[in-house]
Design a protein around this ligand. Sequence first.
Ligand code: THU
Length: 155
Amino acid sequence: MKKELTIHYTQFSRLTDLGLEDQALLVEAREQQANAYAPYSKFKVGAAVRLENLQIIGGNNQENAAYPSGLCAERVALFASAARFPNVKIEALAIYANSKNGNTVLSPCGACRQVMQEYESIHGTSYKVLLMDQDEKITLFNSSSDLLPFAFKLG
Ligand code: THU
């Protein structure tokens, strides 16, 4: 039997098209980019998580001379959030990076998607994922699971 999966996402062309909370989260992700440590790839990424208790926790990619030891911005932010507030649900994750050409939607790597979806699973709620580039081109997914169908789950 053939089956089909459809995902929905929304694109905006400027920050002010979003609600104030999401605007603020994307601005935080953009500010977080400045502290990325990316001397090897020179590709800086910023991220920010908004929790249900309204805490905002930022992160950025952190590279290392032993390349695989580095970590993406999304996971730095998500792990920091979970380390500090393990039982607080996530409302939204914002990610900011510069795109090379205006047509490509910047979107998280596969390993980050796996981590993103597990926090939805353990909290039993989905959260928004907001992506933005330097031109304020924004892509919104209503669930991180939209970015990873058939995620690996134990049990
Ligand atoms: N990177 C992120 O921080 N997030 C992503 O979703 C993709 C890639 C980082 C990892 C590495 O430091 C640099 O960008 C180049 O891959």
